[in-house]
Design a protein around this ligand. Sequence first.
Ligand code: HEM
Length: 417
Amino acid sequence: GARGVRFVDRLDATVPFLLRPYGLLSARARRFGRDVYDMRLLMQRTTCMTGADAAEVFYDPRRFVRAGAAPRRLRATLFGEGGVQTLDGERHRARKELFMSLMTPEARDDLCDIAARLWRERIAAWAADGRRVVLFDEVSELLCEAVCAWTGVPVTRRQVPAVTRVLLSLIDSPAAVGPRYLRGRAARRLADRWAAGHVVRARESETAEGTALERIAGFTDADGLPLPPQVAAVELLNVLRPTVAVARFVVFSALALHGNPSWRRRLQDEDVPETMEAFVQEVRRFYPFFPVAAARVARDFTWRGHHFQKGRRALLDLHGTDHDPRLWDRPEQFRPERFLGWEPDAYSFVPQGGGDHYEGHRCPGEWVTKDLMKLSITALTRWADYTVPAQDLRIPPWSAPALPKSGFVIAQVRLAN
Ligand code: HEM
């Protein structure tokens, strides 16, 4: 009740949150019996919101803005400075349109064609040398090579492992403490400089013609001026980094195939798009990835008896909403069936944010993510045979973004058919 809220509110919840990034917010919401409550986090009073109704409020641009919303450690690693995540209003709309324009069906097919070729090459190489493969490492590199080719960023095969390491470091460092966090900051400086170099070269020559790199390098802001190279670099990395991050969903897909042999057989034997769609949706709903989205209250208002104070940071509990028992029957079970005949809803299923892609901050990469997951599942069920040796597949609950400890090892890989 209210007394519990007031007591807990006096303690800073940063450590509990870091220990339980996916469970804390919804656990407290249930304990307090409310979808909105304040808590101290990173030494600031922070409004926590969970559930579909709260998500609809959170994605109302009259009530929430993104300026100053992301904590500094996130900007110093994951996001960078000046990118689309930090914009509001008309500037956000124009910049977001740039990302959305890269996601046409034709462009997505191009990316999938590149990735498919790389999958076949890798499977053949794994089969030829017979070694064990850490799927997370290999798929991260595969996706890095594919997305660099797709965006027109020249990266030689020998450079792929190093570029992959830098991009992965941007993703796994924000919530880390100590050396891993510092490596993430160094990786951000390195990546920004590297990407800015590509932007400048694309502006000077015509080598990037028709590519995403050219579009980003040539994009003009509302003032009619091109983006400063540092900001264009951040936006280029906003395509490269999260595409490499899809490797986590590929590993979760492999884990789900391993744990659900009947679904593996179904996906292998039937070529039914609805079956594949349901499986991919359930992987995105079920596994922990992006715990929360952050915004700031744009103006004072009251909702369900809670006073939202202008300027206060707010977190939307993405993972908790995807596991809300009011929205999802037996949410802690992996059941792709739930998505057969599912009516799309912009606020109850939010693994990559909610609301509208164009008007709000919802992830523009959802289609690319699903395409690449489906391709990977096809590769893992139809193009390759493999065994899954004994290994530590546990997902530590404190690691965000999460991953099974072993990175998912496969062995005795053979070409299927
Ligand atoms: C935004 C998740 C893949 C590009 C977001 C948000 C989330 C998210 C939670 C923020 C939503 C919000 O703030 O309200 C994910 C996950 C992915 C993924 C879990 C799986 C790997 C991608 C891909 C791309 C991408 C493949 C690009 C190719 C972006 C961009 C934004 C964004 C540019 C900022 C949008 C804005 O502020 O308007 N993503 N994403 N993401 N994502 Fe993704």
